[in-house]
Design a protein. Structure first.
Length: 189
């Protein structure tokens, strides 16, 4: 009997189960089996083959448990993050004047020094220069900007009125025919 290549972990498990079943069926009465320079009892061979099956079964159950835990984490984390953010806000508000207490929580107060008068003046001048360089305007300034078009002549297109059509039977016009004819306008070609 030719042995096929065992592909994948599930194929290895299937092969181990078949070898174990064959060993139990055909080598149960044998005392020792010679394998690559040593001898083993059929029970030891079966135990090693079952170890392969048990390892794969344990890994599959661990994967299922891991996937369940990952799904739990994904489901619970957003609400727990919101809770943590609210708690951080509370702690910052409660201990805003005590940086040593905030440090015990792992939080650090904002260490922003107030600007000096010279720094404020320099920042205002820089903002003004940037607005002029970029030609940025506020909403009121934009309202006063009007454009004029020069060099282009615009000629209006005049379409002739549609010719009145006479119905096939003038004594009984179709309902809605007059209104439909009046709304149709030819498209200029």
């Amino acid at each position: 009997m030719a042995t096929a290549n065992v592909r994948g972990k599930s194929g290895l498990v299937a092969r181990a189960q078949q070898l174990s079943a064959g060993t139990d069926k055909h080598l149960a009465g044998t005392t020792q089996v010679m394998l690559s320079g040593g001898s083993m009892a059929p029970a030891d061979i079966t135990a090693k083959l079952q170890a392969i099956v048990k390892l794969r079964t344990d890994v599959d159950s661990a994967k299922a448990t891991l996937q369940a835990k990952i799904a739990d984490e994904a489901a619970d984390t957003p609400s727990l993050r919101a809770f943590m953010a609210a708690y951080v806000t509370f702690v910052k508000a409660a201990f805003q004047g005590a940086p040593d207490v905030l440090a015990d929580f792992g939080l650090h107060p904002k260490a922003r020094a107030p600007l000096t008068v010279e720094a404020k003046t320099a920042a205002a001048a820089k903002r003004k220069a940037t607005r002029q360089a970029r030609n940025t305007m506020g909403s009121r300034q934009k309202k006063n900007v009007k454009g004029t078009v020069t060099g282009i002549v615009v000629t209006p297109v005049v379409t002739p009125p549609p010719a009145p059509s006479t119905p096939a039977n003038p004594s009984s016009p179709a309902p809605g025919a007059a209104s439909a004819a009046s709304t149709v306008t030819p498209h200029p070609a």
